[in-house]
Design a protein around this ligand. Sequence first.
Ligand code: HEC
Length: 113
Amino acid sequence: MSPNTQEKVAEIEHTAPVVVDAALQKGESLFKQHCTSCHYLDKQLIGPALGGIKQKYADDPKWLYAYIRNNVALIKAGDPKAIALYEANGKAVMTTFPFLSDEDIAAILRYTE
Ligand code: HEC
């Protein structure tokens, strides 16, 4: 491939609509199934808006996965970030999702990007 062609391919890959994005589809369906009763992407519902949440915790993704899986365990363990969120949201209780795999959570987070 000439450098020119390479550039062109990169450009197409970057701008072409993604027709099949399995992770995104899985993320959307998991989000709708488990999160939309309390979260919108763009505004507060029972819990905070989740659009851009992956970026918000870019410095500590492990915490974000643990929180989504079991926020209650973190609160009980005295985790300051989890407690601050709980208090800032009128002590509304978020459901726990111990059955979500890392792949499931990654897909959900992909959907919220
Ligand atoms: C029963 C309501 C409920 C459901 C269902 C729920 N949440 Fe929450 N979520 C909350 C509340 C309320 C908070 C704020 C913290 C608190 O009050 O404990 C929160 C906080 C969060 C936060 C932290 C937000 C921030 O601004 O830092 C994340 C991330 C989150 N939820 C992800 C999810 C995901 C992903 C799902 C679906 C798998 C989900 N939640 C399902 C109620 C819910």
